[in-house]
Design a protein around this ligand. Structure first.
Ligand code: HEM
Length: 491
């Protein structure tokens, strides 16, 4: 009997050890992915459109996939279910950022809401953004000044149309976005539509955004980052310092002028936080840099893609114009407060963000610790790419995913607020875009104003507009390769 009990005990211990080994092994299994090449990993497989390349790979390896890029481990998420698991169940563990080497230019990563890890400083900045800068009340208070800037866009388009000149929608949208932001922030213009004397700020900004979109070896091989082989950090530092100098001038002017110093715009609010010792002037300058970088290209590219899709789909364009006319009459400026009365317009913007999300991988997250996600092991410090571009075109989620069909959003109540994981162009969870309320106003207002005032004649391929190209350029944001040119004809 004793032998029998002893044998049973040994057997049980052995089984427990075996099972726990097996279990801990399964816990260490990385998501599947392509076999990496020595040293470079799968870098060459990404090509110039990584969001397309990983979408293809995920068809083979599944909605959670791992990649080796140089010495970095990347986890790619390509389904709403895995995104939901990440953001709803493990948000904190994935809440850090994979900071690119250029993010350190001018020590920006030490101050930036975009790059700081979740911690006290980041929380303070987020709180100021959500409670003070981007509430409906503060945005309502500054809407007149944005309306004025959009009226200037319409005047510029009218002048072009009268002389039969096409306008470059992306460029005009970029200038307008820059001015919408600079007026919301400082109550002043920082750019002009007339390119012959386009200001220093606009050019600096364009260069900074271009630089931010360039692939950088230092991001994949941290061992060589101190050599800055492509000079990305050096050039970005130059641009950041120049832009900071401009912010400094604006702030100095504000502080010296007793009338200016009581202005109730974003800068006024931030300077009150400086007075209360909640922020210092460096925090203010870096926050302004974040807001300009995050808010310009994203909104102007959304406008350009929306206009491209509408030109390819004249029936949708006509339907949108009819809706505005029915609700607001034939003439007169549109206001931000009108947007809520225009469901088809809002559906067009959602459909544009589904097909052309400005940030196809969101702003890459980073795992703060070893994590289990959907039964796979995600090692600490892995970079996370949530491929919202692929999720937006997933045929198991969307009917006819490649078709531009805004009506789908009149038939469901899917929104972009981070709770419907099939459509998360602004992200979800803690790091979700804090500027979304302003972004929605800006994109909808620019688009509806262009549709209300003009009919549009495309200069690219008049005979077959459905063939109008939609080739994408991957960078800091997803841009159109061939800028959209169209002639505005007064309605
Ligand atoms: C972050 C999208 C406009 C400010 C983000 C993220 C996305 C995004 C995807 C990252 C979310 C994540 O990592 O989970 C967009 C889109 C826009 C837009 C599609 C326009 C169509 C704006 C505007 C502002 C802004 C107008 C402010 C003026 C920010 C900031 C962050 C951010 C500061 C960083 C938040 C953090 O890391 O805590 N945005 N954005 N964005 N966005 Fe936007």
């Amino acid at each position: 009997m004793e032998y029998y009990t002893l044998a049973l005990l040994f057997l049980s211990i052995f089984t427990i050890i075996l099972l726990s080994k097996l279990f801990s092994k399964s816990k260490q299994i990385l998501p599947p992915g392509p076999k990496p090449w020595p040293i470079i990993g799968s870098i060459l497989e990404l090509g110039d459109k990584p969001h397309h390349a990983v979408a293809e790979l995920s068809k083979k390896y599944g909605p959670i996939m791992s990649l080796k890029l140089g010495s970095k481990t990347i986890i790619v998420i390509s389904s709403p279910e895995v995104a939901q698991e990440m953001f709803l169940k493990q948000d904190l563990a994935f809440s850090s950022r994979a900071v690119p080497h250029a993010g350190a230019a001018g020590n920006h990563d030490k101050f930036s809401m975009v790059w700081l890890p979740v911690g006290p400083k980041w929380r303070d900045l987020r709180k100021i953004a959500t409670i003070q800068l981007f509430t409906s009340q503060t945005l309502d208070a500054s809407q007149i000044i944005r309306q004025k800037k959009v009226n200037e866009l319409i005047d510029y388009a009218r002048q072009c149309g009268e002389s039969g000149m096409p306008i470059d929608i992306g460029k005009a949208g970029f200038t307008t976005s820059l001015n919408l932001l600079s007026n919301t922030f400082f109550s002043m213009d920082l750019a002009s539509h007339a390119s012959s004397y386009s200001q220093e700020f606009k050019e600096l900004f364009e260069s900074l955004l271009e630089m931010g979109g360039k692939p950088n070896l230092s991001d994949f091989f941290p061992l060589v980052k101190y050599l800055d082989l492509q000079g990305v950090l050096r050039r970005t530092t130059f641009l950041v310092n120049k832009i900071m100098g401009i912010f400094e001038e604006v702030i100095d002017g504000r502080l010296k002028d007793p009338i200016d110093s009581v202005k109730d715009d974003v800068l006024g609010t931030l300077l009150k936080n400086v007075e209360n010792n909640e922020l210092d002037l460096d925090d203010v300058k870096h926050l302004l840099l974040d807001l300009f970088v995050a808010g310009t290209d994203t909104t102007s590219s959304t406008l350009e893609w929306a206009m491209t899709e509408l030109l390819r789909n004249p029936k949708a364009m006509q339907k949108a114009q009819l809706e505005v006319e029915e609700v607001l009459g034939k003439h007169g400026p549109v206001q931000e407060s009108d947007i809520s009365k225009l469901p088809y317009l809002q559906a067009i913007v959602k459909e544009t963000l589904r097909l052309h999300p400005p940030a196809p991988f969101l702003v890459p997250h980073k795992a703060t610790k070893d994590v289990q996600l959907c039964n796979y092991f995600v090692p600490k410090n892995s970079t996370i790419w949530v491929n919202v571009w692929a999720i937006g075109r997933n045929s198991s989620v969307w009917t006819n995913p490649e078709t531009f069909y805004p009506e789908r959003f009149l038939e469901n109540d899917i929104d972009v607020k981070g709770r419907d994981f099939e459509l998360i162009p602004f992200g979800s969870g803690r790091r979700m875009c804090p500027g979304m309320p302003l972004a929605n106003r800006m994109t909808n207002l620019m688009l509806v104003s262009l549709l209300h005032s003009f009919n549009w004649k495309c200069v690219h391929n008049e005979t077959n507009l459905t063939e109008l190209d939609v080739e994408e350029k991957f960078g800091l944001t997803l841009q159109k390769v061939e800028p959209l040119q169209a002639i505005p004809l007064l309605r």
